[in-house]
Ligand binder design. Structure first.
Ligand SMILES: [Zn+2]
Length: 399
């Protein structure tokens, strides 16, 4: 009888420890799923939901009356650097692309921009990729940056897409323009955007450079005609004229600046790097090309990429240039994009930060520590917090 009772107790103990193990397993799975759900989905909604379109003055005086101008909601991002087949670890590639896809899709869903501009260096290895690798990269780009038909996506070329001037050739430019419309002028809601292939502004008279300059002088002529709509110049051809609005210039290389010494803010270049002098035609456009762009196009705003860090520079009296930081966590802990509310005469910009990489890593570390603690308590290598607290309480009562 006693032997049967002992066997029964043993069986009960075994069942109890089995239940405890199953419960632990459930707890571990729940914690892992909660950490993944938060760090890979929810955090993007929580962070991007805090961004708002800036307010812009939409009314203009038209003689005696006030007229309401349409407002265009434009999103600007830069330097996505989708990894190719050579550089970077596959896990790095997978993670960065997942982050950018989730951030971009969340931003589209929450903020509903009408147009998105990507300011070059879309790919990391377009400058040397084989045609197969290029096709793979393009396919992934279309998946990551998929968008509804009513949202326009415009792209300018960067040095990683077609190579620096010495690496660039007609084949690379053509294959880039086959995927991304080669249009240089984009007009919507009375606003003119000029998209420049800044890699082709070397100024050495090469074939690609001459073509790029000819396109820009053509656009400059059209813009001049639109400025003189009241009394059109005799050289202004008949036909559809552009709206009379100073353009917004979009390009990969920034206009010439000596260095980032004048830049400030949490996502400007690190203090140690700000004073490093920029090299013309490598870090920034040459002085000559920059002057030409300002003279020819007389932009009211310039947005550029390439430096991966933020900066605001004033060219002349009132042409503001914004350096848009990289959109990839591979290049920054705090990537961001610019939100612009734009009319034909006014604009207002604000920056939308994406989740901070170190916060995501801290959350994962916290979850991992919690997991390990639960396992140690289960193995009785650590006192359970409940028993530990209960013992403390009993000891203090005895005193
Ligand atoms: Zn670049």
């Amino acid at each position: 009888m006693a032997i049967i009772g002992l066997g029964f107790a043993k069986q009960n103990l075994h069942l109890f420890s089995l239940k405890k193990s199953q419960l632990l397993l459930l707890k571990l799975i729940a914690i892992i799923l909660a950490a993944l759900l938060f760090c890979e989905f929810l955090i993007y909604y929580v962070v991007i939901a805090q961004c708002n379109w800036p307010e812009v003055k939409a009314t203009v005086h038209d003689g005696e009356k006030e007229r309401l101008q349409p407002v265009l909601k434009a999103m600007f991002l830069a330097d996505t650097h989708l990894l190719g087949e050579i550089r970077g670890h596959w896990l790095d590639k997978l993670r960065r692309e997942w982050q950018m896809e989730t951030a971009f899709q969340t931003a589209l869903w929450l903020l509903q921009p009408e147009v998105v501009f990507i300011l070059g260096d879309i790919f990391d290895e377009g400058k040397w990729s084989s045609s197969q690798a290029w096709a793979d990269d393009v396919e992934r780009f279309h998946r990551i940056f998929r968008h509804p038909r009513h949202v326009q996506l415009k792209v300018v070329a960067g040095n990683h897409d077609i190579g620096f001037h010495y690496q660039m050739d007609t084949y690379k430019v053509k294959r880039f323009e086959k995927v991304f419309n080669p249009e240089r002028l984009f007009t919507w809601k009375g606003i003119n955007f000029v998209m420049v292939n800044s890699v082709a502004l070397e100024g050495d008279g090469c074939r690609i450079c001459s073509k790029a300059e000819a396109e820009l002088t053509g656009i400059s002529h059209k813009l001049n005609c639109s400025r003189e709509q009241e009394q059109p110049d005799s050289l202004c051809v008949q036909g559809k004229q552009l709206p009379a609005s100073a353009p917004i210039l979009l390009q990969h290389f920034p206009l010439y600046r000596r260095s980032d010494a004048g830049c400030s803010g949490e996502d400007a270049a690190p203090p140690g790097e700000r004073d490093l002098p920029f090299q013309e035609r490598y870090d920034v456009l040459s002085r000559e090309a920059s002057q030409k762009l300002l003279w020819w196009l007389q932009p009211r705003l310039v947005l550029s990429g390439h430096t991966h860090s933020a900066c605001e520079v004033l060219h002349g009296a009132n042409t503001l240039e914004i350096s848009v930081p990289s959109f990839s966590w591979r290049n920054r802990n705090n990537p961001s994009f610019i939100m612009g509310s734009v009319t034909a005469t006014e604009y207002a910009l604000s920056k939308c930060y994406l989740p901070l990489e170190h916060k995501v890593l801290a959350t994962y570390t916290g979850a991992a520590v919690f997991l390990v603690t639960l396992i140690l308590v289960h193995l009785e290598l650590l006192p359970s917090p409940f028993h530990f607290g209960w013992n403390l309480l009993r000891k203090s009562k005895r005193k």
